[in-house]
Design a binder for this molecule. Sequence first.
Ligand code: NAP
Length: 254
Amino acid sequence: MAFQQEFFSLKGKTALVTGARTGIGQAISVGLAASGAHVLLLGHRDNLEETKAQIAEAGGTCETVLIDLSQTGSIREQIKPVLQKHQIDILVNNAGVIYREPAAEFDESEWNRVMDVNINAVFILSQEAGRFMIERGSGKIINIASLLSFQGGVFVPAYTASKHAVAGLTKALANEWAAKGVQVNAIAPGYIETNNTEALRNDPDRSKSILDRIPAGRWGEADDIAGAAVFLASKAADYVNGHVLVVDGGWMGR
Ligand code: NAP
């Protein structure tokens, strides 16, 4: 079918976005809702008012789902009723945590917490939502990767390992599910002004060296990621599979 502008519309679709309270997850939630999707905002505390208000202002609709993604043993039983009640057309695995410590001293419980939220929960949610998508023959899964899906980073070994795994899982699922009508892709944001990068921005030397390498000449904003998510969630991306889309102001090209 020849391209039509409506291919970008998400009208009639339902999306589930994890980590929707702040930053990139919030911006993606508002972007998907403004494009017509009904959005289930997943958080782990009942504090999603700001995202709800932004969606209402954009004329969209949403509701909340409360699940602690660090408790991987109970995610399946908590997500099942949600998946039975709603047809999830779009799953955005965005929630993520970062812990900074030199590798030689790195705390093992922090290693496990980072891996649980950043990759184990992504696998569990993709598997649970993916089964329904496969059955229907359609669906979009968008994982939030990182530049540390490609690079090693400094003092964040668990984060780097988890984000390399996100890129790998994206390709592995895409290879199995592309022929079943389910597109699995990832977005690798560059350096974005959110809680996740607060420590970096508070360090004048790191902050300057990062900024000096970004061809766009500025840190990214969470809203910079929303358009890529809308594209990957839409019919316009039906033939995009297993791709990690870098949105970084040009960092990786430098
Ligand atoms: P953020 O503002 O800290 O967002 C992280 C979100 O995840 C928050 O809404 C947080 O909720 C939620 N979350 C944390 N632990 C959770 C748990 N156990 N269960 C459910 N939700 C949980 O930072 P962000 O930058 O927007 O991060 C979003 C994603 O982008 C992450 O995967 C991050 O790794 C990735 N990323 C960010 C950058 C960047 O430069 N900012 C670059 C590359 C990739 P609470 O705040 O309520 O804890």
